[in-house]
Design a protein around this ligand. Structure first.
Ligand code: PEP
Ligand code: MG
Length: 916
């Protein structure tokens, strides 16, 4: 086996930041902080065991590769020399921490054991070297027992205790009892004698519960810790997290062993977590929390409320606490300098952990910090302005889902003003969310499976809850700070989250939240404002407006300057069109004519449409169409006006007809009356419209082929609307699109109608021409194959990938839910082909169609209007196959602008077309 152990310490390191695959993120960054000439930060010495050892360990049933033992022993000796202490030395003992570290950070998902090396033999030596601080030593010892028995002796040994009877919980109870007996409020109130007694009680409890003595040998502790970290890679929560984040199982974790330094050696000691920029809003300000006289886990566990490191980090919650800047000004300045160097060096926001041991600062960790969408955009834009990153790097820094999060709903500000808050906490994840309260992760998963919106409420943060957190709309905790586990995870996901709402008593046992004056029970609705950290009772309305975010506007402009693909929107009303313009849409890629009949205040147009559909004779139909004409023209005109100067693809009617036949008796009666026929006759007509396979029935172009007048009226409405707008000084640009085409002759049939109507409208308005195009959707596999012929008539193609996927796979787009989960579980399909374009089959159909279409017509305009037009990976495909534009719903337009720019950057220099 290759080198298994990489050492770092005092200005020298075997590894560096680029070795994340081998050393894990944590190990690689520790090496970088120590070894890089621009950094050389004070990091306690240590070593990292590679991820290859982890992979080996799993392949060989928990065995280590030959030579590992010697390599570890050698590295421990090097730490001993640098620290001037001995591992297991009764005079001056060295203690170490054992931590996990995968390639990508998985906050709180794997194990850590601290204070390894404390035994009955070394305790007196540590007391001596801590200046006789017995309290500190026994506190460290009780932490070791708690962590080690839980992580190594229970979890890694595969023991699965019933809920609440795990060793950690049992030890917590022993400690709580003692605190109650002694009248202590906080852990720090326990005296050294009490802690000493507690350690004896802990060891007895461990023996009683786990049936084994707590190991009193430093080497046994070290190897126990290393094994437990490897074992935690396959622990339940790590596995769940990997599934959600798509992290491969075979990456494995590295293990970093590092000399312990102590933030709990008295009031000149402290520990903290900080960010080089604010991860909540992206401001370029040092931001963080610390606790005096504490160990690192106290900050993240949320047991005590951490204090702000500086004025900037103050919040409602910690306003009154003294800042690190005030308490230890010299050390704060040193820390400030280090974080600036890290921010510059990594050219990205870093999340750092530090410890101050008796007035000396140590850096324990740094990694690229998780951030929400608002912060991601701001940091990217500002770092580009600061000349830290290139334009391309800036664009690649923001993920489409972070942008999505920016466009997420917020509570309607007016509604919020009128409400009294139930509680306040820390704003850990932005946006607004309403949901029914649940108290256990399990229930969050279960309820959301039933289609309910839930908010997961917990007393404190707990990494075991990761699946429930994912399933919930939002997360609420009573304890914990901005850097607590819940806050980190929620921020990474862009989920609405409030932590540390201290006035709430969240009781998972009783399934209730008690505010002191009110009780909220399981299933009750609450609403969170995650941007401000405010909790409300009940369900508040949300607004979906894109905030006027200057950074976002600037960022998207950069994207626009890079991308090649145009971005249009699918909109069916003038209002949606106007909204999409604000989001940056450069036209409409799909106006579904039939959609304009839905959701209108008035039922009138829908009623007339129904009349048209159930008409028996051409006369009846023409009469209904005449009534319908002004409605169609009005909406089309409004939409063309909203998109003034930009193209608007208007698709002629494409509904399976039976969808429009009313079901309720009263409406049927009214319809019969208006048509002057009996109810029985109407029912017969409706029955005649019934089809066995409506998706493949009398729809799309087939309607226009049978009922020429239906196409005629729509085309006239489009042409007249455009003519009127031209008279008003506007620049309408309609593209008339024929759906569900499988043969060029269908298209010629409709083109003849178009030509006739177009000439008539020109004559009526005394015009020479109206700018327009005549084209087709490509959504039937046959149309792809005969695209060379289709392009003889069509001036543009728009891929209807919803139907193309439906008909290409033969999967009903409305019924895939019944079998897709089995297909995914069995690995027959990797993902839902209705979300991301199938990269083997449907993509080939599209490529064939583009190639053949452009062979006939070089300047054939090509776009996509199926749902895939808003999916970043599909957008990359569209870029690679040389489409002109994508079209998606208004809210996804900014995401498509980003995805199109990223596709261009990722694939520049990629000559081969069609790679996804
Ligand atoms: C399509 O089929 O992809 C499409 C956009 O049309 P519709 O969803 O209206 O069938
Ligand atoms: Mg379709």
């Amino acid at each position: 086996m290759k080198k298994t152990v990489y050492f770092f310490g005092v200005g020298k390191a075997d590894g560096n930041e680029k070795m994340k695959e081998l050393l894990g993120g944590k190990g690689a960054n520790l090496a970088e902080m120590v070894g890089h000439k621009d950094l050389r930060l004070p990091v306690p010495p240590g070593f990292t065991i590679t991820t290859e050892v982890c992979t080996y360990y799993y392949k060989n049933k928990g065995k280590y590769p030959a030579g590992l033992k010697e390599a570890v022993e050698k590295a421990v000796r090097r730490i001993e020399i640098l620290m001037g202490k001995g591992f297991g030395d009764p005079q001056d003992p060295l203690l170490v921490s054992v931590r996990s570290g995968a390639r990508r950070s998985m906050p709180g998902m794997m194990e850590t054991v601290l204070n390894i090396g404390l035994t009955t033999k070394t305790i007196p030596g540590l007391i001596k070297h801590s200046g006789g601080n017995e309290r500190f030593v026994y506190d460290a010892y009780r932490r070791l027992i708690m962590m080690y028995s839980d992580v190594v002796m229970e979890k890694a040994a595969g023991i699965e205790p019933a809920e609440d009877s795990g060793i950690r919980k049992q030890l917590d109870r022993v400690m709580d009892n003692m605190k109650r007996e002694k009248g202590c409020k906080s852990d720090t109130d326990l005296t050294s004698d009490e802690l000493k007694k507690l350690c004896v009680m802990f060891k007895a409890k461990v023996k009683e519960v786990l049936g084994r003595e707590f190991p009193d040998n430093h080497k046994e502790q070290l190897w126990g810790g290393i094994g437990a970290v490897f074992a935690s890679w396959n622990g339940k929560r790590a596995v769940s997290y990997r599934r959600i984040e798509s992290i491969p199982d075979d990456w494995g974790t590295a293990v970093s062993v590092q000399a312990m330094v102590f933030g709990n050696m008295g009031n000149d000691s402290a520990t903290g977590v900080a960010f080089t920029r604010n991860p909540g809003n992206g401001e370029n300000n040092f931001y963080g929390e610390y606790l005096a006289n504490a160990q690192g886990e106290d900050v993240v566990a949320g047991i005590r409320t951490p204090a702000p490191i500086n004025e900037y980090s103050k919040s409602e919650h910690n306003r009154t606490l003294v800042t690190l800047e005030k308490l230890m000004p010299k050390i704060y300045r040193e820390l400030f300098d280090y974080q600036k160097r890290l921010d510059r060096h990594y050219r990205d926001m870093q999340d750092i952990e530090f410890t101050i041991e008796r007035g000396k600062l140590y850096m324990l960790q740094c990694r690229t910090g998780k951030r929400n969408g608002t912060a991601a955009v701001r940091m990217a834009v500002e770092m580009h302005r600061e000349k830290l990153i290139t334009q391309e790097e800036m664009i690649m820094r923001v993920t489409p889902s972070q942008l999505d999060e920016l466009l997420h709903p917020v509570i309607d500000p007016k509604a919020e003003l009128s409400r009294k808050p139930l509680a306040k906490g820390l704003p850990a994840g932005p946006g607004g969310a309403s949901g029914q309260v649940v108290f256990r992760a399990k229930d969050a998963v279960e309820w959301s499976r039933q289609g309910k919106k839930v908010i997961l409420a917990r007393e404190e943060t707990n990494p075991e809850d990761v699946e429930g957190m994912r399933a919930a709309e939002a997360i609420l905790t009573a304890r914990g700070g901005m850097t607590s586990h819940a806050a980190l995870v929620a921020r990474g996901w862009g989920k609405c989250c409030i932590v540390g709402a201290g006035s709430l008593h969240i009781d998972a046992g009783k399934k209730e939240i008690n505010t002191g004056s009110k009780v909220i029970k399981e299933g009750d609705w609450i609403t969170l404002n995650g941007t401000k950290g405010v909790v409300y009772e009940g369900r508040l309305p949300m607004t979906e407006a894109l905030e006027a975010n200057k950074n976002l506007i600037e960022f998207l402009r950069y994207c626009d300057s890079v991308r090649k693909l145009g971005v249009r929107t699918n909109a069916d009303t003038p209002e949606d069109a106007a909204k999409a313009r604000q989001f940056g849409a450069e036209g409409i890629g799909l106006f579904r004519t039939e959609h304009m009949f839905y959701g209108k205040g008035s039922e009138e147009p829908l009623f007339i449409l129904r009349k048209m559909i159930v008409s028996k004779t051409e006369d009846e139909r023409r009469k209904a169409l005449k009534e319908l004409f002004p409605y169609i023209k009005k909406d089309i005109k409004g939409t063309l006006a909203a998109m003034d100067g930009f193209p608007v693809v208007i698709r002629l009617l494409d509904p399976p007809l039976h969808e429009f036949v009313p079901r309720d008796e009263a409406k049927l009666m009214q319809l019969a009356k208006d048509l002057n026929i009996s109810l029985g006759e109407l029912k017969n007509r409706a029955d005649d419209l019934h089809e066995s396979n409506p998706m493949m029935g009398h729809r799309g172009v087939r309607l226009g082929v049978t009922y020429q007048e239906v196409s005629e009226v729509q085309i006239r409405a489009i042409c007249e609307a455009a003519a009127e707008l031209i008279r008003e000084g506007k620049k309408p640009y309609p593209e008339i699109m024929i759906p569900v085409v499988s043969d060029v002759k269908e298209l010629s049939d409709q083109q003849a109608i178009f030509k006739k109507v177009y000439e008539e409208v020109l004559a009526k308005y005394k015009m020479k021409s109206i700018r327009h195009m005549f084209g087709t959707m490509i959504e039937i596999p046959r149309a792809c194959i005969v695209s060379d012929k289709v392009a003889e008539v069509a001036e543009f193609f728009s891929f209807g990938t919803n139907d193309l996927t439906q008909m290409g796979f033969g999967f009903s787009r409305d019924d895939i839910g019944s079998f897709l989960p089995d297909y995914i579980r069995k690995g027959i399909l990797k993902e839902d082909p209705f979300q991301t374009i199938d990269q083997e089959g449907i993509s080939e159909l599209i490529k064939i169609s583009i190639e053949r279409g452009r062979k006939t017509r070089k300047n054939l305009e090509i776009g996509i209007c199926g749902e895939h037009g808003g999916d970043p990976r599909s957008i990359e495909f569209c870029h690679n196959v040389g489409m002109d534009y994508v079209s998606c719903s208004p809210f996804r337009v900014p995401i498509a602008r980003l995805a199109a720019a990223q596709a261009k950057i990722k694939n520049s220099g990629n000559k081969k077309q069609g790679n996804v």
